[in-house]
Write a protein that binds this ligand. Structure first.
Ligand code: SF4
Length: 334
């Protein structure tokens, strides 16, 4: 009887190889891919999601893409197993994904779950003890196979039952990717542009911006985290933030993200980026936002300036003075 397994597929090299190894053993594979506002490789043309979809198409296997939702945001705020160097809750994150995978496994009647994890490759989530914790707390004990490092672990149920041949599984370990590249050549696996995936939560430069959202939100919402990748961010009030676009593409994205009651500002007397005022928009805060915006225009320091303020499809003019010097603007920047 052909056995069915769920693959956690990022579209990177390791998970792609794991899929190929099990397909070559005659396992029926269905892929599961997760996206979040923190993926760094969600570019215009190729992101983790589209890479995973491409890999699934190449292997002719079904794929389901799931978005990590608000429950994931709470997990980042307060992870049971703590954060890594940045805001990355890697152990809890893996448990979260595998719990979802377990639910999906049960939903579609699959037999087990497998991943491209490699023992010792990542310092936080791929140590022997943490891999064990992840397996236990995800509720997948015995049913979680890591084909690339399987020989470093006790045999799982799929191996014990002979659903997969342990002899054909691998014993890769450590941070070098040499063995994966060799295996890719051997298995004829090509095109893996996003070998290790990317996660903004691991970037130290991003930590302050993430913390700021947690510290100033009554209710967490995905939009506020998605916006962290765009523009220059300034905190000007407990519930008010300004984001200034860095190019036309960002200006357009910011314009689309603005919600009722929020405002869009542009300098009227010359070329101007867009400044989106997110959250509470009092007159005083709008003027502060306008002065920040002026630092990114050719407005004369100290001179009067005219600002277009668009709110709820109505436009008004705001008169202010280009009064903030660079240090004052930087002091507000996140
Ligand atoms: S690096 Fe990011 S996506 Fe990967 S396990 Fe850690 S928190 Fe999750």
């Amino acid at each position: 009887m052909q056995r069915k397994a769920i693959a956690l597929l990022s579209g990177g090299l390791d998970s792609t190889l794991a899929v190929k190894v099990l397909l070559d053993q005659g396992i029926q594979v269905e892929a599961l891919n997760f996206t979040s506002p923190f993926c760094t490789c969600t570019g215009k043309n190729a992101g983790c999601k589209s890479e995973a979809v491409r890999v699934a198409e190449e292997f002719k296997i079904p794929i389901k893409v799931m978005h990590k939702g608000a429950d994931y945001l709470e997990l980042i705020r307060n992870p049971k197993h703590g954060h890594g160097k940045g805001m990355n809750p890697c152990i809890d994150c893996r448990i979260f994904l595998l719990k979802k995978a377990k639910e999906y496994m049960q939903e579609i009647g699959a037999d087990f779950v497998f991943t491209g994890e490699v023992l010792g490759q990542r310092p936080m989530s791929q140590r022997r003890d943490t891999l064990r914790t992840i397996e236990r707390e995800s509720g997948l004990e015995g049913l979680l196979l890591r084909p690339l490092s399987a020989k470093h672990f006790n045999p799982t149920i799929p191996e014990q039952q002979g659903w997969v041949d342990r002899d054909k599984l691998l014993s890769i370990q450590g941070r070098s990717r040499k063995e994966q590249f060799e295996l890719a050549a051997e298995l004829d696996v090509k095109n893996y542009p996003c070998p290790a995936g990317g996660c903004l939560l691991t970037e130290l430069s991003f930590v302050g911006k993430v913390r700021d959202v947690f510290d100033h939100s009554d209710q967490l919402n995905l939009r506020d985290f998605r916006l962290l990748k765009l523009g220059r961010h300034f905190r000007i009030g407990d519930r008010t933030k300004v984001i200034v676009g860095r190019n036309e593409a960002e200006n357009e994205l910011l314009e689309r993200a603005v919600q009722p009651g929020e405002a869009m500002l542009r300098w009227k007397e010359g070329m101007s980026p867009l400044a989106a005022v997110m959250g509470v928009c009092s007159e005083e805060l709008l003027e502060r936002a306008a002065q920040i915006l002026l630092r990114y225009t050719k407005a004369e320091p100290g001179a009067g300036a005219s600002i277009s303020v668009v709110r709820d499809a109505a436009e008004v003019e705001l008169r202010t003075v280009n009064a903030l010097d660079e240090a004052a603007v930087e002091a507000l920047r996140l």
